[in-house]
Ligand binder design. Structure first.
Ligand SMILES: Nc1ncnc2c1ncn2[C@@H]1O[C@H](COP(=O)(O)OP(=O)(O)OP(=O)(O)O)[C@@H](O)[C@H]1O
Ligand code: SF4
Ligand SMILES: [Mg+2]
Length: 337
């Protein structure tokens, strides 16, 4: 991998992906439909890494699966637009979307084992992508697949090509999955918790690898994570999701230096700090998403919020901001009333 220094964030130019007012509603038999994603909008530019951050169940994966056209369609609705290079992905047919996936757009899924085919050798799985999208023969693709495995840090790549997924460790499998995503030279890469299942050292290696890629190739990346540590190391811009809505957006530096939304502050306070005095307790956010109020008539976070005002259980806080910085809160932190 390249050791060149990491370049500053690229913010100029048109977005490669512009998501607007994305809404995903799941129909549930005998129950009210459930809105998992509720009016999400964000942009990603070439060479930029944009984070989607939030606790389990806040709608991170559903957002990415909706953009990729991978949600089950029966009984569910996806609304809004996701314009990629001038074309609304949400209006494409299943076949057109299949052609985009793996060609211009690739995704690294949350669970590497379930995203690799257990009965097909790793080499074959990587070359298949190249045969399909680059028009290479299997013979031409094999050495390139070995090169890619080497690039993602898999030792002895030629031997690994013949392995089945279960013969690789968790870290190797995740790397193989990244190699497959790279095999199609995507312009947009969506990485959904690519390192959650891995130990800390491998996690750091894989994040560095992804960062290098974005810098070297100008790929636009959406990084989905519940871990603000990952955001700190990787993302240029961050969107904090709560209950299916973006509640705060900022640059990485702005958000860490001056978080405004009480939920963002809660997430930051629950990160273990190396410089904290030994034995100092972390402050996890009280309550759980099960306590959420409906966004239609309140701030969903109000039952868990130490800053809540009466208005927070009476009205929906509006989004105030733009595509770089923004906030959805009646009583932000650091603002006295
Ligand atoms: N196919 C589905 N049908 C019904 N509800 C779903 C479906 N997929 C997800 N959900 C619900 O949508 C909400 C958001 O789920 P999502 O998978 O996006 O969460 P997440 O933010 O990715 O969480 P995690 O960090 O655990 O991966 C959850 O309440 C989940 O139960
Ligand atoms: S709108 Fe109110 S309840 Fe919601 S986060 Fe802001 S202060 Fe807390
Ligand atoms: Mg998820």
């Amino acid at each position: 991998m390249s050791t060149q220094p990491i370049q500053p964030a690229v913010r100029h130019g048109e977005p490669l992906l512009a998501v607007r007012d994305l809404r995903v509603t799941f129909g549930r038999r005998g129950e009210e439909p459930f809105r998992a994603v509720d009016g999400v909008s964000f942009d990603v530019r070439p060479g930029q890494t944009v984070g989607l951050v939030g606790e389990s169940g806040c709608g991170k994966s559903v957002t990415s699966l909706a953009i990729m056209g991978l949600l089950p369609t029966r009984g569910n609705t996806v609304e809004g637009t996701a314009v990629f290079d001038g074309e609304d992905l949400l209006s494409l047919s299943a076949q057109q979307m299949r052609d985009r996936r793996g060609a211009d757009i690739a995704m690294i899924f949350q669970d590497p084992l379930s995203s690799l085919n257990p009965v097909i050798q790793i080499g074959r799985q990587v070359t298949e992508v190249m045969e399909r999208h680059q028009g290479l023969s299997r013979k031409e693709a094999m050495p390139k697949a070995a090169e890619l495995l080497e690039r993602v840090g898999i030792p002895d790549p030629r031997a690994r090509l013949a392995n089945y997924p279960h013969q690789l460790s968790g870290g190797m499998r995740q790397r193989a999955l990244i190699a497959m995503a790279l095999a199609c030279q995507p312009r947009l890469l969506i990485a959904d918790e690519p390192t959650t299942a891995l130990d800390v050292t491998i996690q750091a290696q894989i994040l560095a690898l992804l960062k290098d890629l974005v810098v070297e190739t100008g790929t636009a990346m959406v990084m989905i994570t519940h871990d603000l540590g990952v955001v700190a190391g990787l993302c240029d811009e961050v969107n904090v999701l709560y209950g299916g809505k973006i509640v705060e957006r900022g640059t990485r530096h702005g958000l860490f230096a001056r978080p405004r939304h009480p939920y963002t502050v809660g997430l930051l306070d629950s990160i273990p700090r190396l410089d904290a005095p030994r034995g100092e307790a972390l402050s996890p956010i009280p309550g759980s998403v099960a306590d959420n109020l409906p966004w239609d008539s309140a701030c969903a976070f109000a039952p868990r919020c130490s800053n809540a005002l009466d208005v927070c259980v009476e009205k929906t806080p509006a989004w105030e901001g733009d595509d770089v910085v923004g906030l959805r809160c009646f009583n932000p932190m650091g603002v006295s009333r």
